[in-house]
Ligand binder design. Structure first.
Ligand code: PHE
Ligand code: ZN
Ligand code: ZN
Ligand code: ZN
Length: 301
């Protein structure tokens, strides 16, 4: 609530009420006047002034997180093709599909490209830190760029979960044709979606559009008007009968039943899906490294 917002205090554990977990109190141990609110914002009535039990095992700490950024020495530096994947995982699991899969796919593409590739446009790889804490690494990175530096980025490609064990073949819906996002992305995002879809279509792999509203590291790029796109094989969502018919796997089961949990280990990968998405990642990145003409042709941002 307002009294608790911004206060530096102690976090109440669920000793009082499960709904209190994560609430910060102004006066440690005493619920502030006016009471406290639950995580969903609704008031928890009748607790103002009451003493609560504190569990100090659950606490804030300050940590340093880093992004790892690497760029080819060759290619135009004012028309950079950027591709990224978050390197961190949640504390509750090892994070192999989320997001060892995207990180590994990106690393393999960088290795295959080599240090001095024959490209027209520079390729900048980003392994983001602190995505799971609120897209922090990528957001800080984009905001720290000057406007000129932002304009030097032709596009951004994102890879967060590309080997889900009950995989869907999702492409970020940059043109909002599937009406699953918050509206079309910046000019050029539609072309990026098409580049991925065209690649998959050529290989006989059907795809679907998926949410492009900012639930991963591309969020701050599109917020600043930089065209973006990417791939996703699904998290907690449930595979439909129609999807199982065209993609295989199991209908009525989550795309990744180990999403954010302990079992997101090396067994939690569909290696065929990882291979196909890794190939698409490499192909589209290389295509834009050669030319961004399809994006340049659309109205300027
Ligand atoms: N960003 C989410 C995570 O890391 C995964 C996700 C990606 C969900 C894209 C939806 C769309 O947990
Ligand atoms: Zn995650
Ligand atoms: Zn993720
Ligand atoms: Zn679309």
């Amino acid at each position: 609530n307002a009294a608790a917002a911004g206060a530096i205090g102690v976090i109440v554990s669920n000793n009082v009420d499960g709904a209190l977990s994560g609430v910060t109190l102004v006066n440690p141990g005493v619920v502030p006047v006016g009471g406290v609110s639950k995580a969903d914002g609704t008031a928890l009535a009748g607790l103002a002034g009451q003493a609560v039990t504190l569990d100090l095992r659950f606490h804030f700490e300050t940590r340093t997180a880093r992004n790892v950024i690497a760029q080819t020495k060759t290619g135009r530096k004012d028309n950079v093709v950027m591709a990224g994947a978050h390197l961190d995982s949640v504390e509750t699991g090892p994070g192999i599909n989320d997001n060892g899969s995207g990180s590994a796919g990106l690393l393999e593409t960088a290795l295959q490209l080599g240090s001095k590739p024959k490209v027209n446009n520079a390729v900048r790889f980003a392994w983001w830190g602190a995505e799971e804490l609120g897209l922090i690494g990528s957001t800080e990175y984009v905001r720290a760029l000057t406007f000129e530096q932002q304009l030097d980025i032709a596009l951004y490609l994102n890879f967060d979960m590309i080997g889900s064990p009950n995989a869907g073949y999702f492409v970020y819906d940059g043109d909002n044709s599937d009406n699953v996002g918050a509206g079309p992305g910046p000019f050029g995002s539609a072309q990026i979606e098409k580049a991925f879809v065209d690649y998959f279509t050529a290989t006989g792999q059907p795809t679907e559009g998926t949410d492009f509203s900012g639930r991963s590291d591309y969020g701050e790029f599109i917020a600043q008007g930089i065209p973006a796109g990417g791939l996703f094989t699904g998290a907690e969502g449930i595979k439909t009968d129609a999807q199982a018919a065209k993609w295989g796997g199991t209908a009525g089961v989550a795309y990744d039943k180990c999403y954010h949990s302990k079992c997101d280990n090396l067994g939690n990968l569909d290696r065929v899906a990882l291979g196909k998405n890794g190939d698409a990642l490499a192909f589209v990145t290389a295509t834009y490294a050669i030319s961004t003409e399809d994006i340049n042709g659309v109205p300027p941002r």
